[in-house]
Design a protein around this ligand. Structure first.
Ligand code: AMP
Ligand code: ZN
Length: 112
């Protein structure tokens, strides 16, 4: 996807602080963290948003859910806990149109 900033991170055209990578998934530190730990977990495949995930993505998204706790352990937030969230569309305040999961922790978060 030509102009997608996260595809550029996947392709190493833009630097990022990578905390996990395999053939299908990459996770890197958010450039504007809202908590002491703020990691973005994304599929390398470009998918705009949750609205565009379909049956063919079942295995990939299962895998993403499984790597979350491994990444949380790796960045030291698993035991005390964290939040995993995805913003979708205008009302969800999604800015980057390449689906991503925010993994946020390292402090007590505001209850939602
Ligand atoms: P969202 O508002 O859910 O679309 O989240 C987009 C996130 O991407 C924001 O938290 C940004 O701080 C983050 N972000 C934007 N550009 C970069 C970048 N080059 N490297 C790391 N994080 C980024
Ligand atoms: Zn993309």
């Amino acid at each position: 996807m030509g102009d997608c900033i996260f595809c550029k991170i996947v392709n190493k055209e833009i630097n990022s602080n990578i905390v996990f990578e395999d053939d299908e998934i990459i996770a890197f530190n958010d450039i504007e963290p809202i908590a002491p730990v703020h990691v973005l977990i994304i599929p390398k495949k470009h998918i705009d948003s949750m609205n565009d995930v379909d049956k063919s993505d079942e295995r990939l998204f299962g895998k993403i859910m499984i790597v979350v706790s491994n990444i949380a352990k790796q960045v030291g937030i698993a035991d005390e806990g964290y939040r995993l969230l995805t913003n979708t569309g205008i009302n969800g305040c999604q800015e980057v149109k390449h689906i991503h999961f925010h993994l946020i922790g390292g402090q007590r978060l505001q209850k939602i």
